[in-house]
Write a protein that binds this ligand. Structure first.
Ligand code: SF4
Length: 194
């Protein structure tokens, strides 16, 4: 099958690409208008492109238009579960339409390697987008391969981001890190006092 693999970043590309290319003719699509700011978008894209160039992997890049993401999640900013569903639908919708316009058979996404994403929501968005475009969705679950993806990306010295992509996820990740720091501090203080 001719498969268009939507890729969110270089580290997440490694394992899904290897698994899919063993069975299919795979082209990679970088379509991520959710990433903020533009500098971060370029950093993730360039990491992916450098790996692709080294390994002779074909990549298509959609023009970066963050207003698409803002429109897709409008009104859902305070509801992370629904906001992420809308974000998946946006990106996989672009992937499905692009794949269909190029005469490809199916789409897949590297989001399926992440233990941090709602995999049921990713699968639903992928299946709906593919169905609307008249192609197939390869419903894979690559989460078992996440530790290997982490190991390989570290070994390759790839840029590894510490938030999902949008500005809201950046603030949420910072708040979580801060909460964990405070928790550790409180635990230490308790141990010292006891
Ligand atoms: S947290 Fe990630 S998946 Fe959710 S809306 Fe932001 S970029 Fe999209």
């Amino acid at each position: 099958m001719k498969v268009l693999l939507h890729a969110c970043c270089g580290p997440c590309l490694l394992e899904p690409f290897d698994a899919l290319v063993a069975e299919h003719d795979v082209t990679v699509l970088y379509a991520n208008p959710n990433i903020h700011p533009a500098e971060e978008y370029r950093k993730r894209r360039d990491t992916l492109l450098a790996y692709a160039a080294e390994h002779d992997i074909a990549v298509i890049e959609e023009p970066y238009d963050p207003t698409l993401w803002a429109q897709a999640v409008a009104g859902l900013e305070g509801n992370p579960a629904e906001r992420c569903r809308a974000c998946f639908r946006l990106r996989l919708g672009i992937a499905a339409r692009t794949a269909a316009s190029l005469g490809m058979d199916a789409i897949a996404t590297t989001l399926t390697v992440s233990p941090y994403q709602d995999q049921a929501a990713v699968a639903e968005a992928g299946a709906t987008a593919a169905d609307e475009a008249g192609i197939a969705y390869l419903d894979a679950d690559f989460r078992e391969r996440y530790p290997e993806a982490t190991r390989r990306s570290r070994e390759l010295g790839m840029y590894r981001q510490n938030y999902c992509g949008c500005a809201l996820s950046d603030s949420e990740a910072q708040a979580e890190r801060e909460a964990r720091r405070e928790e550790r501090k409180a635990k230490r203080a308790q141990q010292e006092a006891g």
